[in-house]
Design a binder for this molecule. Structure first.
Ligand code: ADX
Length: 384
């Protein structure tokens, strides 16, 4: 089975079967150059121009790129003009965002210009109507080149250069490195759990600023540490002055903040540690990605307190500043908080005391991370 990924939709799906016209028995595999039909494990909407790729090596997703073009049109190519680009089987509308330079094909001199005349070569930035799957020409010529169409006439061609552009794949889940092989270090999670007396895991706190995440994380860490557990807190304010000091509070930066923390928390959990992450993590899609990274280690804790309660607490005086506009994009005031609909546990700090909240969490840790190890110890000791 192979995973497929259809860019634009960008969904990973499984190949349920392969059909070929000259075979009695459906083939188990197909290779480049063959014409086959595929059945997918789930129904998805596939449009002309979509590309199937290996899930681990998808095309670049973007709505903007630079290209080196050769112009054949009778009318000059102009900045701001719209054309149709044909990239493999995809046809997409594109605007000439910028003509960076025109290259004289006679003496290769480069000049700045706002138009490209017939017969000229130029470096041009295109903005596409939608996010599209394509590739750098040097890495995949088939999806890295295009023809330019004006009306019904082919009036140029180009090759794609993606240097300096961001892959817009949601989650940035594209692995850039090639030829990497995971190393197995031969210490199993069970061995670590038996050594520690508990499993590794992630308690992913989410909630408004002032909901009590840091307070509960601090208390819970102390209580677990006193029991001899391996425990560590990753806290927004701390991580943002080190690992994530390059990030602000835009939706994109918060996304990257949570992505990195999700990966780091997973490493801690794999090392056998109970890791408590204390981040607002306001966006559902970012939390979903952290859950996907953490897999079965991941447990979401909704530290719940309504905005009024948090504003009244305002431990850092930030709500006041947000209301006067001194702080922009402040969660709850000028930026959204999307309530979780899939938390493993809800701790309502508006009604529970700190002690009651921590007791609830201690019980959860015991059930989730300690009891399975007790059962394992019983088996190892020959109980069954
Ligand atoms: S998150 O949204 O990306 O998850 P994170 O938890 O790392 O946020 O950081 C939140 C902390 O940064 C808050 O507790 C607060 O102290 C501080 N902060 C500063 N500016 C903002 C802002 N605009 N929105 C939210 N928190 C902010």
């Amino acid at each position: 089975m192979m995973n497929c990924c259809f860019p634009r939709g960008g969904r990973a799906v499984k190949v349920a079967g392969i059909e070929s016209w000259n075979c009695d028995v459906p083939p188990k595999s197909a290779s480049a150059g063959q014409s086959v039909g595929i059945t997918l494990s789930e129904q998805i909407f596939v449009e002309r121009g979509f590309i199937a790729s290996h899930a681990e090596n998808p095309p670049f997703l973007t709505n903007i790129f630079r290209a080196r073009i050769f112009w054949l049109g009778h009318r000059p190519l102009l900045q701001g003009n719209k054309y149709k680009l044909k990239i493999a089987t995809l046809e997409v509308s594109a605007e000439v965002k910028e003509i960076e330079q025109v290259i004289d094909t006679g003496d290769l001199t480069r000049t700045q210009a706002t138009s490209v005349e017939r017969g000229a070569v130029a470096e041009v930035v295109f903005r596409l109507r939608g996010v599209t799957g394509l590739d750098e020409f040097s890495s995949n010529p088939n999806t890295g080149r295009f023809v330019i169409i004006e009306g019904y006439d082919v009036c140029g061609g180009g090759i794609i250069d993606l240097q300096g552009f961001q892959d817009q794949r949601v989650g940035g889940d594209r692995v850039k490195s090639k030829n990497i092989t995971a190393v197995d270090f031969h210490i199993s999670p069970d061995q670590r759990a038996l050594a520690n007396g508990h499993q590794g895991g992630i308690l992913w706190f989410t909630g408004l600023s002032g909901s009590g995440k840091s307070t509960l994380a601090t208390e819970l860490q102390q209580r677990l540490f006193a029991k001899g557990y391996q425990v560590y807190v990753l806290d927004g304010d701390n991580i943002r002055s080190g690992l994530n000091k390059d990030l602000g509070f835009s939706a994109a930066d918060r996304g990257e903040n949570i992505r990195r923390v999700g990966e780091v928390a997973t490493l801690f959990a794999q090392a056998g540690v109970i890791v408590i992450t204390s981040f607002i993590s306001p966006y559902r899609k970012d939390r979903k990605r952290a859950r996907a990274a953490g897999g079965e280690y991941f447990n979401m804790v909704y530290v719940k307190a309504d905005l009024k309660t948090c504003e009244a607490r305002d431990p850092k005086g930030l709500y006041k500043k947000a209301i006067t506009g001194e702080i922009a994009e402040f969660t709850g005031i000028s930026a959204p908080y999307e309530e979780p609909d899939d938390p493993e546990i809800v701790v309502d700090t508006a009604t529970l005391s700190i002690d009651e909240s921590v007791t609830l969490l201690m019980d959860y840790v015991h059930k989730q991370f300690v009891e399975p190890v007790k059962a394992m110890e019983y088996v190892v000791a020959g109980g069954i």
